[in-house]
Design a protein around this ligand. Structure first.
Ligand code: ADP
Ligand code: MG
Length: 352
């Protein structure tokens, strides 16, 4: 049992509180991703698990052990950072084995473990090279290899792919997914990139300003967000939000020329404002209407149409871009009532 449990975890730097009562259960062997905008507390929370930050209040368990106040070295975790921090004067082989050498492991054991990590990460051709003779992706693999060699119960990754260019990031994402399949260890992975979170995670934890907004499987968060923040954060391009007003048991949407939404969802009283959420692929664009096609971004298979609605609000619609609409055209927007997400205008919580 090497799951990770956080119970009412709190972090304060003097007067400043950055983590608020986080409760989380990460299962043995699970790939858990902490995602959220910059500054929301992802690294702080990960470093609390690692033992690199003191936990101000609450408990952290790894397996059955209460590790809340243990040193990092005693927790059975290994961390991979955004900066690879390899020793420049050591070869790949020496870099990977250095930790074990320092803790006095026998030479043969180190050799075997480095060989195993090198096989998993396909580093065999580079073992005798120094870091300066490696590409960014290869260096990051060495940093991951260094973690594997230590045989931790839990792997912790803090934005490990942020320094790589876009193409390499995709390659490394696949490598990390493969690594998790092969090793099967519990992994906690921090990123601000919701695509990385969606593609890698068994479980996503969405953080905002030091609080957990929602925890769930990637597609559950996408299909069934609890609030506007999660709805807007997960998915690319983001969900569109426009204002709606409750009238006679329906929702009237000024942005769509007064279009009425009929919904089985229990609505607040007449006159109340709600937020109407629609994913970019759930809106259709056709000629002649109260909206304006401001800009069409053609990506190849799809196009992102940037539109100005009847009430001046701006939305993005994913289309095939196959029609003859020109930028500046007057267009009609529509959607199916079934695809609408509704949120309370004040609390921003989902209306279900
Ligand atoms: P993320 O990794 O999500 O970008 P961090 O965990 O690095 O965010 O930071 C979360 C918040 O904690 C930020 O507002 C940051 O300014 C604050 N913070 C981080 N380290 C310290 C520190 N040593 N003292 C005070 N505040 C800190
Ligand atoms: Mg960070």
């Amino acid at each position: 049992m090497t799951g990770v449990t956080l119970t009412n975890a709190v972090k304060r730097y003097g007067e400043v509180q950055t983590i608020f009562d986080v409760n989380l259960e990460i299962e043995d062997g699970e790939f858990c991703v902490f995602v959220g905008p910059s500054g929301c507390g992802k690294s702080t929370l990960l470093r609390m698990v690692a033992g690199l930050e003191e936990t101000t209040a609450g408990k952290i368990h790894i397996g059955n052990r209460d590790v809340t106040h243990l040193d990092a070295a005693e927790r059975g975790v290994a961390m991979v950072f955004q900066s690879y921090a390899l020793y420049p004067h050591m070869t790949v082989e020496e870099n990977m084995g250095f930790g074990l050498k320092m803790t006095g492991h026998p030479k043969e054991e180190i050799k075997a473990k480095v060989a195993e990590a090198s096989r998993i990460l396909k580093l065999d051709p580079y073992l005798k090279r120094k870091p300066k003779a490696l590409s960014g992706g290869q260096r990051q693999r060495v940093a991951i290899g260094r973690a594997i060699v230590r045989g931790p119960e839990v792997f912790l990754f803090d934005e490990p792919l942020s320094n790589l260019d876009a193409e390499l990031r995709v390659d490394m994402r696949v490598e990390i997914a493969r690594l998790h399949k092969e090793i099967g260890a519990t992994m906690i992975y921090v990123t601000h990139d919701q695509v990385e979170a969606m593609t890698l995670a068994d479980k996503i934890v969405v953080l905002r300003a030091g609080r957990v907004e929602q925890v769930g499987k990637p597609m559950d968060l996408y299909n069934d967000p609890d609030n506007r923040f999660v709805a807007g954060f997960i998915g690319s391009p983001s969900m569109n939000f426009v204002e709606g007003e409750v009238r006679g048991g329906k929702v009237t949407v000024a942005a769509f020329g007064g279009r009425e939404i009929i919904t089985p969802i229990a609505l607040p009283a007449d006159g109340a404002k709600v937020i109407v959420g629609l994913r970019p692929q759930h809106i259709t664009v056709s000629p002649q209407g109260p909206a304006t096609l401001e800009l069409r971004e053609r990506l190849g298979a799809v196009a992102y149409d940037h539109l100005i609605c009847a009430d001046g609000s701006k939305i993005i619609v994913e289309t095939r871009g196959e029609d003859s609409l020109e930028e500046g055209a007057s267009v009609r927007l529509d959607f199916s009532d079934d695809d609408v997400f509704l949120f309370d205008a004040t609390t921003e919580n989902r209306l279900r």
